[in-house]
Design a protein around this ligand. Structure first.
Ligand SMILES: [Mg+2]
Length: 365
């Protein structure tokens, strides 16, 4: 299982849902912000889904009842908002697309986390990895306005832990030779897979840190958990769990976003500036061997509102039809919203299907 020279970056968007709400309404960023899933039974029934760092200082965290969060934040000017999962999912897709420019393989772990195999981009040069990590942070901040934390290490588990300890807005590199000392002193529950139940059982055996777990005999560990989990825990605690980064699902879209040279609502100007990104997505589709029938646009307003529009065509799309559809979608959006001024713009291809040779050739006719 050991793979030498593997370099993995783990990206975790900071307090993702609450951060999006702050971005949408900067006036709330200096207040406790709590994003909730309301069950609808009574006005306050439901649970907290995400909280910003100000709310966390009061003990508010994901999973606690809304009623409890309200009690903890009593007397503050806390803002409680309903979760808007569709919008968060759209923004998440855009983040993942940006990440794909920096790695050959991107494993989307959840709506706000991903692992990237960056081995081929940096070799085993961790100073290059550091630069790449900074560049990813800068790009996500520049294009979407979002902060994230990145951990970089020799495998997925160590990279995830590195990101966890570096939150928020952090970048932590753990070089291969630093792995054991980095893990040794951390509380054992920092290891992915060690929940509250296992933590308690391990504590009874005197196992408090990841270093302690690495020393525990396999027999004792085996008595606590099944063989598969015991093997994972043992390797993970030693920093030697080298599961490869793997795409978990088929790629559903290809997109590119750019920052416009100046804020504008001139469709022809937007089209001119989108000409390179449009070539990029077509080249990408070509290299993936896919055709597409879905075309979308991404518009980011001067106050960082993200608006998307899309159209599904009932035929494989060539370059001309793509241009026409993108132009049409921007025209429709800007007509519909007369005061909308764009800061960034993007294009998105979806409904990807394996291409026949014929279709892929028509891209560049
Ligand atoms: Mg997160």
């Amino acid at each position: 299982m050991k793979r030498k020279g593997q370099v993995v970056a783990h990206i975790d968007l900071d307090y993702f849902f609450a951060q999006i709400e702050e971005l949408r309404n900067p006036g709330i960023a200096d207040k406790p912000v709590v994003v909730c899933v309301y069950s609808g039974r009574t006005e306050d029934s439901g649970v907290v889904s995400s909280a910003n760092y100000i709310a966390r200082r009061y003990g508010v965290k994901a999973g606690i009842p809304i009623v409890r969060a309200k009690a903890l934040l009593k007397g503050t000017d806390a803002v409680f908002l309903p979760m808007r999962r569709d919008e968060y999912a759209q923004i998440s897709e855009q983040v993942m697309e940006i990440l794909r420019e920096f790695a050959d393989v991107v494993e989307v772990e959840s709506i706000d986390e991903a692992s990237l195999d960056i081995s081929s981009r940096v070799g085993d040069d961790y100073s290059k990895a550091m630069e790449l990590g900074s560049e990813i942070k800068r790009r996500i901040r520049e294009l979407l306005g979002l902060k994230c934390t990145i951990g970089i290490a020799c495998n997925k588990v160590v990279a995830k832990i590195a990101a966890d300890v570096a939150k928020p807005d952090g970048l932590r590199i753990v070089k291969p030779e630093e792995t054991s000392s980095f893990l040794a002193e951390l509380p054992v529950e920092k290891l992915p897979g060690v929940g509250e139940k296992l933590r308690t059982k391990l504590a009874e055996l005197g196992v408090k840190t990841i270093g302690d777990l690495a020393q525990l005999s396999m027999d004792k560990l085996h008595q606590l958990v099944g063989e598969k989990t015991a093997t994972y825990l043992k390797l993970a605690a030693r920093g030697e769990y080298y599961e490869p980064v793997a795409e978990r699902r088929e790629r559903k879209q290809i997109s590119r976003i750019i920052t416009l040279k100046q804020n504008t609502r001139d469709v022809e100007e937007i089209m001119r500036q989108l000409s390179t990104p449009i070539n990029d997505v077509l080249t990408k589709a070509e290299s993936m061997g896919v055709s597409f029938s879905g075309v979308g646009i991404i518009a980011i307003s001067t106050n960082l509102r993200i608006i998307t529009r899309s159209k599904t065509l009932n035929e494989p799309v060539d370059r001309q039809l793509l241009m026409d559809t993108v132009r049409h979608l921007f025209n429709a959006l800007l007509n519909e919203q007369p005061s909308l001024m764009l800061r960034r713009a993007g294009v998105r291809l979806f409904d990807l299907k394996p291409a026949s040779r014929q279709t892929s050739l028509t891209f560049f006719q």
